[in-house]
Design a protein around this ligand. Structure first.
Ligand SMILES: N[C@@H](CCC(=O)N[C@@H](CSC=O)C(=O)NCC(=O)O)C(=O)O
Length: 280
């Protein structure tokens, strides 16, 4: 169903929009933000998808990261969805901040209770990218990048690597790199996928997906705060470069897990994506 405009604000040389729409994937109303630089009629622009972390809605990135100046400078459309279904109530979805609402973990749930709505992987990769965003923004589907923070960094790495024909550039801020081995990931994957066959978890584990990656050459930028309280949940050391995937992990002294950290390195991430997408 068509997206409905919620808000529109002039920002740098472009506009920041928020839309809502009825999602056929999550079976409920979803909200997303999209920044669109000024463009000529019929002009198509490269686009970046930004996936947010635990507890976030579409709004945290829009209001706290300061990304609009870089999207304007590099003329990149930026799409920033919500982190879970929210237009539906599932029993148990609000008992903790790291599971359920605000914590969809970018997976397709298979446990019956969650499987109808908690399909954030397909929502991003298929419905939002291929149907909904093209109906409101002039995106060039051959030039798409993906990045994100923490749970959203995990989403960006797994979605970007598993869909290398759809996403040509990847980066992450403090991603959860090996969720199958840490409490945040184990809780989410047990809840959404069940723990009877843990081999099903590997498809949503960046380190495992990277080991199995056989697609085109990727250079992936990862920034990680060295003073991040959540470092034990993130495990950046598990991301190992290989021939077709060079991972540059930059440990940033004194930085924590917050949007102060994200905003400090936003310019570099836009440079990274623009360089790759503009070469295609
Ligand atoms: N609610 C918790 C902290 C939650 C938190 O830090 N969330 C991060 C993402 S963590 C991994 O996905 C975040 O981006 N929060 C939103 C923000 O605007 O900072 C607590 O209170 O400790």
């Amino acid at each position: 169903m068509a997206a409905t405009l919620v808000s529109s604000n002039r920002s740098f040389k472009g506009r920041q929009f928020v839309y809502k729409h009825a999602s056929s994937t999550t079976q409920c109303e979803m909200t997303f933000g999209v920044y669109i630089p000024d463009h000529k009629p019929d002009e198509k622009l490269p686009a970046l998808f930004y996936l947010s972390g635990l507890t976030c809605t579409h709004a945290n990135f829009m209001e706290k990261s300061g990304f609009q100046q870089f999207a304007s400078k590099h003329r990149l459309v930026v799409v920033h969805p919500d982190t879970s279904p929210r237009g539906v109530d599932v029993d148990g979805d609000s008992e903790s901040w790291d599971f359920g609402k605000g914590a969809g973990f970018y997976v397709n749930a298979t446990v019956e209770k969650w499987a109808k709505n908690y399909r954030m992987y397909d929502y991003i990769v298929k419905e939002l990218l291929e149907e909904v965003v093209p109906s409101v923004a002039p995106i060039d589907l051959a030039k798409i990048g993906i990045f994100g923070h923490s749970m959203g960094g995990h989403g960006a790495l797994t979605i970007g690597l598993r869909n290398s024909s759809k996403f040509q550039s990847i980066s992450a801020f403090a991603p959860i790199c090996n969720p199958i081995t840490v409490p945040w990931g184990q809780k989410a994957l047990t809840g959404y996928l069940g723990d009877e066959d843990k081999s099903t978890w590997n498809q949503y584990d960046a380190s495992e997906v990277l080991k199995a990656y056989s697609g085109p050459k990727r250079e992936i930028l990862v920034d990680q705060g060295a003073a991040d309280n959540f470092l034990a949940q993130l495990k950046p050391e598990t991301l190992k470069s290989k021939e077709n995937a060079e991972i540059v992990v930059r440990m940033q002294a004194e930085f924590d897990h917050s949007y102060y950290f994200i905003a400090s390195f936003m310019a570099d991430h836009f440079e990274h994506h623009a360089k790759i997408l503009n070469k295609i």
